[in-house]
Design a protein around this ligand. Structure first.
Ligand SMILES: [Zn+2]
Length: 477
């Protein structure tokens, strides 16, 4: 198997320290944090242009500098934590901004599609591959391109959630969907420390959740103590993890509120953290910074799924009754999210036949109608800028199921309690390169080894409550 993009760059085995420093500063600056070097990273990148090209990092650095076509995105943050009226107002601002971006989004998409069409003679790259700074493994591109799912009617789920939240008549109103998706309306008791007069806590507060989940990850050897993690609290922004120095450090950005999906989202991000942390320090820099989105998301979905088990939730200190409610909700949430992503993929296919922004909005309306949610077409169209991400999820669910089937076949239904299973997963995860570091390479590693490979990475000495990695609060915004 060969990489998709033709440009094979002769890379050296390791990068000089100043290149690692530069990449770290570029990542920090992109996250809105100051870099550590005295000279601005952009200037250092210009000075090191030849070296970066030699290391196969030019395109990646251009992306970090925002020099590749910037992705249209609203500046407003959807405020989910105000009262009903405040939420409605916030949603309307957000929607209005999305509406204003329609033309820009359409131009961005058209440009990408045109560029992909022009390169068709060389290879068969779908338009969304243009988003990648590094070549995607061919097998993964094939799986991502083939990803498809029927668009389900989600109105019943939305209405059931709304009923339990007491939203009744406005059950499917657009401004509620994200709120409901986060499980804000779910009848579980709030986190400890929430305002007085509320029932006793059933969901642990965020710090405690992080500590316990990190403890779980550490117990399985997924987070080597040397990997530093800086936690950012950003209200109403999706949880995400950004690599800073690989291996070495990552940023973990989290919303401030604890909702029923927080456990799952945290677990998902810890999976990405583990992937960052397990990059081999000696690998060529381009390999260290290349992530196959199918493998990354599939792996995160595998780990995230563990959070849906009542036994796992119990270990986090969630009581039995709440754990049962949560587990049911998380299963519904997966169905709902997969439905939304099926709509994204359906729209991607329909947009191929559209010639104007107006036609694109019409196509989005038609797809939105299929979901049974009164979803603003502008918002659906806006999500197209991240279609590689949605494809990675849709294909990632299937990949995850294959991995899980293999794990169950080898270690039984309770594979997650077997150290040998985790050793095998760590070994597969630590592989890099266009073949071994791909989703297909992961499966090969899993199925090929007849006995779990010895890893030389010792099991954590302090399984629980160990906080060797850095928990650093930075300014939230
Ligand atoms: Zn992810």
């Amino acid at each position: 198997m060969t990489a998709v993009h033709p440009a094979p760059v002769q890379v050296t085995a390791s990068a000089p320290a100043h290149i690692d420093d530069l990449l770290a500063d570029l990542q920090l600056e992109r996250a809105g944090l100051p870099g550590r070097g005295p000279v601005p990273a952009a200037e250092r990148a210009r000075q090191a242009a030849d070296e970066l090209a030699e290391l196969g990092l030019s395109r990646f650095v251009a992306e970090l500098l925002g020099e590749s076509a910037p992705v249209p995105a609203p500046r407003a943050v959807l405020d989910l934590e105000t009262d009903d009226e405040g939420r409605r107002a916030s949603y309307e601002t957000w929607c209005a901004e999305a509406r204003e971006l329609t033309g820009e989004v359409w131009r961005w998409l058209t440009e990408r599609r045109r560029a992909a069409g022009a390169s068709r003679d060389l290879d068969e790259l779908p338009w969304w591959c243009g988003e990648s700074a590094f070549p995607l493994p061919r097998d993964s591109v094939r799986r991502l391109a083939a990803a498809t799912a029927p668009v389900p009617d989600l109105s019943e789920t939305a209405e059931a959630w709304a009923r339990s939240a007491g939203l009744r008549g406005r059950a499917t109103a657009e401004y509620n969907w994200r709120w409901l998706l986060l499980g804000k309306g779910l009848r579980v008791k709030g986190p400890a420390g929430s305002s007085g007069g509320e029932p006793p806590p059933a969901l642990p507060p965020l710090n405690e959740l992080i500590t316990r989940l990190v403890g779980e990850a550490r117990r399985h050897g997924l987070l080597p103590p040397g990997h530093r993690v800086r936690v950012l609290r950003r209200p109403n922004t999706p949880s995400m993890v950004m690599p800073v120095r690989l291996p070495g450090s990552s940023l973990l950005s989290l919303p401030t509120a604890v909702t029923p999906v927080t456990v799952q989202y945290l677990q998902h991000e810890l999976a990405h953290l583990a992937e960052h942390a397990s990059r081999p320090a000696g690998a060529p820099p381009a390999d260290r910074w290349t992530f196959d989105p199918l493998r990354s998301e599939g792996w995160a979905l595998l780990l995230e799924q563990l959070a849906g088990s009542t036994a796992f939730l119990a270990r986090l200190g969630v009581d039995e009754e709440t754990a049962a409610v949560l587990a049911r909700f998380l299963a519904e949430e997966e169905h709902f999210s997969r439905g939304l992503m099926a709509a994204d993929l359906a729209l991607d296919a329909d947009l191929a036949g559209c010639r104007t922004a107006a036609e694109a909005l019409e196509a989005a309306s038609a797809v939105a109608a299929g979901t049974g949610l009164r979803w603003a077409p502008e918002l659906l169209l806006l999500r197209q800028t991240r279609v590689l991400h949605w494809r990675s999820y849709v294909a990632g669910y299937a990949w995850r199921d294959t991995v899980r089937t293999e794990l169950v076949a080898r270690f039984g239904d309770h594979w997650a309690e077997r150290e040998e299973a985790w050793a095998l997963l760590r070994d597969a995860l630590g592989r890099t390169g266009p073949v071994a570091g791909s989703a297909a390479g992961f499966l090969t590693a899993l199925t090929a080894s007849s006995a779990p490979a010895p890893l030389g990475r010792p099991e954590s000495q302090e399984p629980y409550a160990s906080r060797v990695h850095e928990h650093e609060e930075a300014g939230s915004r």
